[in-house]
Design a protein around this ligand. Structure first.
Ligand SMILES: *[C@@H]1O[C@H](CO)[C@@H](O)[C@H](O)[C@H]1NC(C)=O
Ligand SMILES: *[C@@H]1O[C@H](CO)[C@@H](O)[C@H](O)[C@H]1NC(C)=O
Ligand SMILES: *[C@@H]1O[C@H](CO)[C@@H](O)[C@H](O)[C@H]1NC(C)=O
Ligand SMILES: *[C@@H]1O[C@H](CO)[C@@H](O)[C@H](O)[C@H]1NC(C)=O
Ligand SMILES: *[C@@H]1O[C@H](CO)[C@@H](O)[C@H](O)[C@H]1NC(C)=O
Ligand SMILES: *[C@@H]1O[C@H](CO)[C@@H](O)[C@H](O)[C@H]1NC(C)=O
Ligand SMILES: *[C@@H]1O[C@H](CO)[C@@H](O)[C@H](O)[C@H]1NC(C)=O
Length: 512
């Protein structure tokens, strides 16, 4: 019978399957579905409105409901036949024919009373109902309320029992017992005095809009703000904060500078704080002042002085300086020795050298003096007479076996840079003279007799000396012809040194 329709319109298949299905099984025995299927086939397949199938099923479901069989069939249509409800209501497939409301008279009359309608109360219907735990406000209202203990207000709204509010200068309450609104005039309380003591505030009398009671209010009046902006001292910055009514200006310490002597310095800047210290604005902050801390370090001074110099502090100067106080001598082994001015120093192990420190004006001059010793032949000495000069430089002795006589030494004569051509025999008296002690009866004492080896006869001799500038000079020297022992005071055991008394008579003669 419906074969053509199945092929022609698939929606019909869905519709028809639902009516045939077990969902409607309870109704099949009571209501014949065939007329509905025919109507449905017509609607779906000839009107070509897809969801009209829902109407057909609904019609069958309604008929079932009328017969007391409520069927939740929409959930089986996969959303195709969903029932749309307003957001505050929920869909119920099998809801009551008469919904409970907060109107107890209505409930009484249509739900609880036994009358000709009571039979119908068994009928369950689909529709939009108030969610569970809520109640329909009234039969002619669409509103769902959480409780029926409410007062209905003139504007159609409602309020819960026990609520109070102020309206038109009256205080109203939703009475719990009567669920009626009762209002009475507001009692205006005496409020504690208002102190409007923030800067810029003034007190103004106003009327409270709800209670109509006279009250006071603090308002801002910029005319009451002090207009002067303070000027901040060095190291402080102006901070403006919005007070209750006025800008509040205050000077707060700058947290990124150092302050010294009424000047600001950035971190890393040099601060002229102490003359002999380097002071830098550091990056540490002083907790109390909130400024950065100035860190100082003494200027480093070179206090190490070279040998012979002494570090002396100078008045009004950060660093002293090295002042020379001693002469210095550099020895052959590269060690340096210092000598106090006015003193003579002989290096240990070298007694023939003397260094004298002379201070002339501010100059320290080291004068070096070398002693030349006479020739010393120990095997020609009278044993036991060997001795060292008091300065320790020269070995000397009394030569043995050689009586006082002329001795000759060949030397190169030199005067004023001019030299003799070859060695010249110069003479000296040397040798032993008798020294004795004898008893004198006449003097009644021991008499010492001393004699010295001295020259007895001399002659003057002349020699030519040759100068580097190719000139010659005539040089006169004394030649000893004979020596002898001459009486002298006995003081020291000694001898006459080489006697040459050069008396240069320079006569320049150019040589050819
Ligand atoms: C109303 O207030 C009374 C007393 O405070 C209380 O007993 C009652 O439960 C309240 N009723 C409601 C609906 O809140
Ligand atoms: C202004 O600010 C300072 C510091 O923040 C505060 O001590 C003072 O009380 C304030 N004055 C006013 C009138 O707000
Ligand atoms: C302070 O300065 C030093 C050197 O300039 C730097 O290493 C250090 O991190 C700085 N400390 C702070 C707290 O800025
Ligand atoms: C100077 O010489 C004296 C004596 O030799 C010595 O005591 C002193 O330390 C020297 N001072 C310096 C600075 O060389
Ligand atoms: C002294 O110093 C010089 C140059 O530094 C060096 O040539 C010489 O060998 C040194 N002499 C001694 C004795 O150390
Ligand atoms: C160098 O010579 C002096 C004197 O002879 C001696 O006092 C000193 O110790 C010597 N110094 C060195 C480094 O040999
Ligand atoms: C110097 O004396 C030696 C002998 O003592 C003698 O042979 C020599 O001729 C003399 N020379 C002169 C220039 O008199």
């Amino acid at each position: 019978m419906f074969n053509d329709a199945f092929k022609l319109c698939p929606v019909f298949l869905l519709t028809i399957n639902l009516i045939f299905s077990s969902i409607f099984e309870a109704c099949h025995k009571i209501i014949d579905y065939n007329p509905f299927v025919v109507a449905c086939e017509f609607d779906v397949c000839h009107m070509h409105i897809d969801d009209i199938g829902c109407t057909s099923i609904q019609t069958y479901a309604d008929a079932c409901a009328q017969a007391g069989i409520c069927i939740d069939w929409r959930s089986g249509t996969k959303g195709l036949c969903d029932f749309k409800c307003p957001s505050h209501k929920v869909y119920k497939a099998c809801g009551p024919l008469v919904e409970h409301t907060c109107d107890s008279w209505y409930n009484q009359k249509f739900i609880y009373a036994v009358n000709e309608f009571s039979e119908m109360l068994n009928v369950k219907l689909e529709g939009c109902y108030c969610p569970d735990d809520t109640f329909l406000l009234s039969s002619n209202s669409n509103e769902c309320v959480p409780t029926c203990e409410i007062c209905r207000l003139a504007n159609g709204k409602w309020t819960k029992a026990n609520t109070t509010w102020i309206e038109d200068c009256k205080e109203c309450i939703c009475e719990e017992d009567t669920l009626q609104v009762t209002c009475h005039h507001v009692f205006c309380p005496t409020l504690p005095p208002l102190s409007c003591d923030e800067e810029g505030q003034i007190k103004v009398p106003v009327t409270d809009t709800d209670s109509c009671c006279p009250i006071e209010e603090c308002r801002c009046d910029s005319n009451h703000c002090s207009s002067d902006v303070p000027s901040c001292p060095v190291g402080y910055t102006l901070q403006s904060t919005q007070g209750v009514c006025c800008h509040n200006y205050s000077c707060v310490p700058k947290t990124n500078v150092c302050v010294f002597n009424n000047h600001e310095y950035q971190v890393g800047d040099q601060v002229p704080m102490k003359s002999c210290e380097t002071c830098i604005c550091g990056n540490q902050t002083d907790a109390r002042s909130q400024w950065h801390i100035i860190e100082c370090q003494p200027i480093p001074c070179e206090t190490h002085c070279p040998l012979g110099y002494e570090y002396q502090i100078l008045a009004n100067k950060c660093c002293g300086k090295c002042v020379q106080i001693n002469c210095t001598v550099k020895l052959y082994n590269n060690s340096t020795h210092t000598i106090k001015p006015g003193t003579i120093w002989t290096p240990p192990g070298n007694p023939c050298v003397k260094y004298e420190c002379v201070k002339i004006a501010n100059q320290f001059i080291t004068v070096e003096a070398k002693t030349t010793c006479p020739p010393y032949k120990p095997n020609e000495c009278i044993p036991g007479t060997e001795t060292v000069t008091p300065d320790g430089c020269c070995h000397i002795c009394i030569l043995k076996g050689r009586p006082c006589s002329v001795s000759t030494t060949a030397v190169q004569l030199e005067s004023q840079g001019c030299h003799s051509k070859g060695p010249v025999n110069v003479t000296s008296c040397s040798g032993a003279c008798g020294t004795f002690t004898m008893y004198s009866t006449k003097m009644r004492s021991l008499q010492h007799s001393c004699s010295c080896c001295q020259e007895l006869a001399t002659t003057e001799r002349q020699i030519q000396l040759f100068c580097p500038d190719n000139t010659e000079i005539t040089y006169t020297y004394t030649h000893i012809d004979a020596c002898g022992c001459l009486k002298s005071e006995c003081s020291v055991v000694g001898r006459s040194e080489m006697v040459t008394t050069p008396s240069p008579k320079k006569s320049h003669r150019r040589r050819r």
